[in-house]
Write a protein that binds this ligand. Structure first.
Ligand code: AMP
Length: 396
């Protein structure tokens, strides 16, 4: 698949509607993590360098089609200005006269930030009339919000069909990395899927077994697979009713030639508490009053061999209850192995989805992966093999 990028559009003298994801966490009036704002900078600078006027379109929280003052993007105007190092002009509506006036008043090099698109019900309804109101504000459309691309909303989907459209730099980087990991990867490919539950990752597992050569299952979801094989996992987190589904995945993997890897040893404890007394046992030896909270060292050694035999790695979800030491050990150790192989040029490593980013940050190796996606839902839907409407709308 191919997408247009900023390089494919003439931007000089144009008003460039730029969809970004700056849905940042706040405490009081302060932004607690500016990562999402910082990441739009390459696209903003590129558009300005090419002579375009940047008009930011974004959502903020979930106002559900109504004006909710606490969810105004005006609250982060200062943070956007500080991160971009530019004057930011704010418009109290994202369509109509207020938006037009702000765009007209801004000088080249200023950034115009329009109010929360979700204040209008037409946004989430992907309403063509609302999209036309947005389109009337500009000449071209750049979508830099991969993390919102799984939603067919007016500012992510319909708008892209009304104006010449292309991917921004962040979107482009995401799409390239995802294509290198699952679209056209160098083989063999290993996928690591961990986390709490099988039920939330069923579609993802079903898609991966037909696409990757090795599938590593870790975390609480591995317990469900152990149960499916008749193993008693004591008080461990496991979805016992999902056992038949786990068996189906095992069968499907076998038929597709995908080798499935479950823990070969596990760390058990009586309580999920920091520093809880714990021991390493075989997967079938969890005492009835204890729970499996991490994979053991033999599992990490086995994964190291798998990683070494592969050219591409895609990772979602922790191998254990990584938030509390020492149950972070397997996730951190395996992440360090992947990072070292990546640094040595032997592995293309792509990771993403919610807790994965914090797990890799916790391991101190996020910077060494080839690409870390900060998109949660969009990354998971892409791993499930779904077409993302916001991406599909950019195909030339
Ligand atoms: P997910 O959001 O599905 O990726 O799941 C991440 C969560 O799974 C984290 O909060 C981990 O603490 C939790 N988790 C991973 N392994 C286990 C386990 N063996 N027992 C309980 N929770 C786990």
């Amino acid at each position: 698949m191919s997408w247009k990028t900023i390089d494919d559009l003439a931007l000089a003298g144009k008003t460039v509607l730029t969809r970004v994801d700056i849905n940042v966490p706040m405490e009081g009036d302060g932004v607690t993590d500016t990562t999402r704002i910082d990441k739009i900078r390459p696209t903003v600078e590129d558009i300005i360098a090419r002579g375009g006027k940047v008009v930011l379109l974004a959502h903020f929280d979930r106002p559900k089609g109504k004006v909710v003052p606490e969810m105004s993007l005006g609250r982060i105007q200062g943070a956007v200005a500080a991160s971009l190092g530019r004057k930011v002009v704010f418009a109290a509506d994202c369509v109509g006269p207020l938006a037009v006036a702000a765009i007209d008043a801004a000088a080249q090099g200023d950034v115009i930030l329009l109010e929360n698109t979700r204040f209008h019900a037409g946004e989430e309804a992907n309403d063509p009339a609302f999209a036309a109101q947005l389109a009337a504000l500009g000449d071209v459309f750049i979508n830099d919000a991969f993390s919102a691309a799984h939603r067919a909303h007016a500012s992510t989907e319909a708008l892209a069909r009304l104006l010449p459209a292309a991917a921004g730099r962040l979107m482009e980087a995401e799409l390239k990395a995802l294509d290198a990991a699952l679209g056209n990867p160098q083989r063999p490919v290993v996928a690591v899927v961990g986390g709490a539950k099988v039920s939330t990752k069923l579609e993802l597992l079903g898609n991966l077994v037909s696409k990757v050569d090795h599938l590593v299952i870790g975390g609480g979801m591995a317990n469900t697979f152990l149960v499916a094989q008749g193993i008693d996992v004591g008080k461990s987190l496991a979805e016992r009713d999902m056992a038949p589904i786990a068996l189906e995945i095992l069968t499907k993997a076998k038929a597709a030639g995908c080798t499935l890897h479950l823990p070969v040893d596990v760390v058990v404890a009586a309580a999920f508490k920091a520093g809880a007394e714990n021991k390493v046992v075989a997967p079938n030896a969890c005492p009835p009053d204890q729970m499996i909270l991490d994979a053991g060292p033999a599992t990490v050694a086995a994964l190291t061999k798998v990683f070494e035999s592969c050219k591409t790695l895609i990772w979602n979800g922790p191998l254990g209850a990584f938030e509390i030491a020492p149950f972070d050990a397997a996730t951190s150790a395996a992440a360090r192995v992947a990072a070292a192989l990546t640094k040595a040029g032997k592995l293309v490593s792509v990771a993403g989805g919610g807790d994965t980013v914090s797990a890799l940050n916790h391991a101190g190796v996020a910077g060494d992966f080839t690409f870390i996606s900060t998109a949660g839902g969009a990354f998971l839907e892409w791993m499930e093999g779904k077409v993302l409407p916001g991406v599909a709308a950019l195909h030339g």
